[in-house]
Ligand binder design. Structure first.
Ligand SMILES: O=C(O)CCC(=O)C(=O)O
Ligand SMILES: [Fe+2]
Length: 316
């Protein structure tokens, strides 16, 4: 839009402010270009100065389809019509924890399969969480012993975007490790409504080392898109950090109206399989689902970051 005002674009769920005139942008398409544009990309992301860092084809698209076939052959992943999906899908109460209750009812086809360990789901039970995490490390070691490892693609790129920092899987001082990353397959239009993620400010997990980080980011690799009529489910980042005043707005499901009223900018991050994006989970974000024939599959991580802490810790 060429007027001084931001134009509005209609998405499948609501109006977005057209960002073409804004200074608030995604940096892409590769590490070299991103590092040219920002001396310390992860710090820019942590401050909210940029909407996202996008590394295109961080994991080759052909490897993505081969990976999905492999996970299906391993019976870790199922097609949307496979009856075994009912056993594999996570329970509805967990599926709905980031969104208004009922958004992804288990009676609908909006289901999700997780491969890996989630602090969000198991963090109330530390022993079970760390036992489960150890099993996930074992599983991923076996799965990727002889083939390209998509988890390394996330960690290696994050390392290059975090100058002067040490990037490692989150661990407690006694050495117990968190899950390194989690595959998530979203079926039938599975939706994340507007939300933020924070072990510090939302989940208040003060018994865990990652609680100490000032900022929480995410690194998400798109493995497969869900597409209907050429439209794919994609993440949207709103230029609004969570604060306590936002909580009732999120809970009442009226964030879009609030964003319209307040003129909050948004960016939809369009990804193809193999593309990796990093964003700040303290900013309100969402993924409106699209009920395509194929599930939207991602490999997801959370990232703990503080300016004055040498370690950048990654978990799921
Ligand atoms: O799948 C994505 O791209 C992000 C999902 C998300 O926001 C979350 O898991 O908290
Ligand atoms: Fe999120």
């Amino acid at each position: 839009m060429n007027s001084g005002q931001y134009g509005r674009l209609l998405t499948n769920s609501h109006w977005l402010i057209d960002m073409s005139n804004s200074e608030w942008k995604c940096l892409e398409p590769d590490v070299a270009t991103i590092c040219n544009a920002a001396a310390d990309p992860i710090a820019s992301l942590a401050r909210g100065d940029v909407a996202a860092l996008i590394v295109r084809q961080a994991f080759p698209v052909d490897e993505c389809s081969s990976l999905i076939e492999y996970l299906m052959a391993e019976e870790l992943l199922f097609s949307g019509t496979d009856p075994r999906i009912d056993q594999a899908a996570i329970p509805a109460d967990r599926a709905d924890r980031w969104t208004r209750p009922g958004t992804n009812p288990v009676t609908s086809r909006r289901r999700r399969i997780d491969i890996g360990t989630s602090l969000g789901n198991l963090g109330d039970h530390p022993e079970e969480f760390f036992r489960h995490s150890a099993e996930t490390h074992e599983l991923f070691r076996r799965l990727f012993a002889d083939r390209p490892d998509p988890i390394s693609a996330i960690y290696d790129n994050l390392r290059q975007l975090s100058p002067g920092k040490t990037v490692l899987t989150a661990r407690e001082s006694d050495g117990r490790e968190y899950g390194p990353a989690i595959f998530r397959a979203h079926y039938g239009g599975y939706t994340y409504g507007p939300h933020f993620d924070s072990v510090r400010e939302r989940e208040v997990r003060n018994g865990y080392t990652v609680y100490r980080f000032e900022r929480q980011l995410a690194g998400v690799l798109c493995v497969q898109n869900s597409v209907v009529n050429g439209v794919a489910a994609q993440g949207i980042i709103h230029r609004q950090f969570w604060n306590p005043e936002i909580t009732p707005i999120l809970k009442s499901g009226t964030f879009h109206e609030y964003a319209d009223r307040e003129g909050i900018e948004s960016i939809q991050v369009d990804l193809e399989p193999g593309d990796l994006y990093f964003f700040n989970t303290g900013m309100i974000h969402e993924v409106p689902g699209v009920p395509g024939e194929l599930p939207r599959i991602v490999l997801a991580t959370f990232i703990g970051y503080s300016d004055n802490v040498d370690e950048v810790m990654v978990w799921s």
